[in-house]
Design a protein around this ligand. Structure first.
Ligand code: PGA
Length: 256
C-alpha cells in the first residue's frame, strides 16, 4: 500500500508573515491527519520562518524548497545550494517543475545533476515531468515522459522507492483550470510506473509514489485520487488557501 502524498506548491506567493500565518493555520487544522503525508513548498525566503512555526506546533507537515542549484557553493549569484535548503529545516526539494523547464529553460541533464545532488545531500526530490498540449495532441505524451524520466534520472541510484517522488503534471493543466480527466491521468501514471520499472526494477516501481498535478481542486480531487496509480496530488493555486488545501487532503483519505 502506497501512502498518499499531498504537496502544496506555493510558487511565488506569500510574504514571510503571510507564509507563517498559512503554515500556522495548516498545522492547527491538519494535526490529526495520519492517512497521508503532507508537504508544503514555500518560496526560499519563507522556509526558515515557516519551519519555526511547524516546530512550535510540533507539526508533521514536511517542509520543502521549490528548487536548488546542483553545485555545493560558489559564485552563482541568487542561487541556493542543497546544504542551504537543509539548513532552513526543509527536507524535500521540487526539481524540474514545468515552470522551471519552460520559463527558465532547465534541461533534463541539468535537472539530472540536481537530482543527484539532492539525493547525495539527503534531500528527498519531488521530480516533475509532463507533456505540452502540442505534444499530447501529436500523440507524443509517452515519448516525452519517457525522455524526461530517462534524462532526469540518468545514472541515478535509488536504494528504495522512498528515495524519490514523481509528479506527473501535464503542462496544459497547470494553472489553467483544465484538469486531465481521471482516465487520462491514470493512463499516464501507469505508463510512468512502467518506465520506472524498466529503469529501477519492479519492486521500486510498485512502491514509488507518483502524484498528479495540474489544476487539482476540491471539486476534482477525490476522483483523481481514487485512481489506481495516482498516489497523491501536487497542488498549486488551491494550496494557497487553508480551506481548499485541507479539503483536498481529506479527500485523499481512501478509508472513507
Ligand atoms: P496548479 O499548479 O494546481 O495551480 O495548476 C500545479 C503545479 O504547478 O504544481
Amino acid at each position: 500500500m502506497r501512502k498518499k502524498f499531498i504537496g502544496g506548491n506555493w510558487k511565488m506567493n506569500k510574504t514571510v508573515v503571510e507564509a507563517q500565518t498559512l503554515a500556522r493555520r495548516l498545522a492547527d487544522r491538519l494535526s490529526d491527519v495520519g492517512f497521508a503525508d503532507i508537504a508544503i513548498f514555500p518560496p526560499f525566503v519563507d522556509l526558515y520562518p515557516v519551519n519555526i512555526i511547524l516546530r512550535e506546533k510540533e507539526s508533521k507537515i514536511i517542509l520543502g524548497a521549490q528548487n536548488m542549484h546542483p553545485e555545493p557553493n560558489g559564485a552563482y549569484t541568487a542561487e541556493i545550494s542543497a546544504d542551504m535548503v537543509l539548513s532552513t529545516g526543509a527536507k524535500m526539494v521540487v526539481l524540474g517543475h514545468s515552470e522551471r523547464r519552460h520559463i527558465f529553460l532547465e534541461t533534463d541533464s541539468y535537472i539530472n545533476r540536481k537530482v543527484k545532488k539532492a539525493l547525495d545531500s539527503g534531500l528527498l526530490p519531488l521530480l516533475c515531468i509532463g507533456e505540452l498540449l502540442d505534444e499530447r495532441n501529436a500523440g507524443k505524451t509517452e515519448q516525452v515522459l519517457s525522455k524526461q524520466l530517462n534524462g532526469s534520472l540518468k545514472d541515478v541510484k535509488l536504494n528504495s522507492a522512498d528515495d524519490i517522488i514523481i509528479a506527473y503534471e501535464p503542462v496544459w493543466a497547470i494553472g489553467t483550470g483544465v484538469t486531465a480527466t481521471p482516465e487520462q491521468a491514470q493512463e499516464a501514471h501507469k505508463f510512468v510506473r512502467k518506465v520506472i520499472s524498466e529503469m529501477f526494477g519492479e519492486d521500486i516501481a510498485k512502491n514509488l509514489r507518483i502524484i498528479y498535478g495540474g489544476s487539482v481542486k476540491p471539486a476534482n480531487a477525490k476522483e483523481l485520487l481514487s485512481q489506481l496509480d495516482i498516489d497523491g496530488a501536487f497542488v498549486g493555486g488551491a494550496s494557497l488557501d487553508a480551506d481548499s488545501f485541507e479539503s483536498i487532503i481529506r479527500d485523499s483519505d481512501i478509508s472513507i
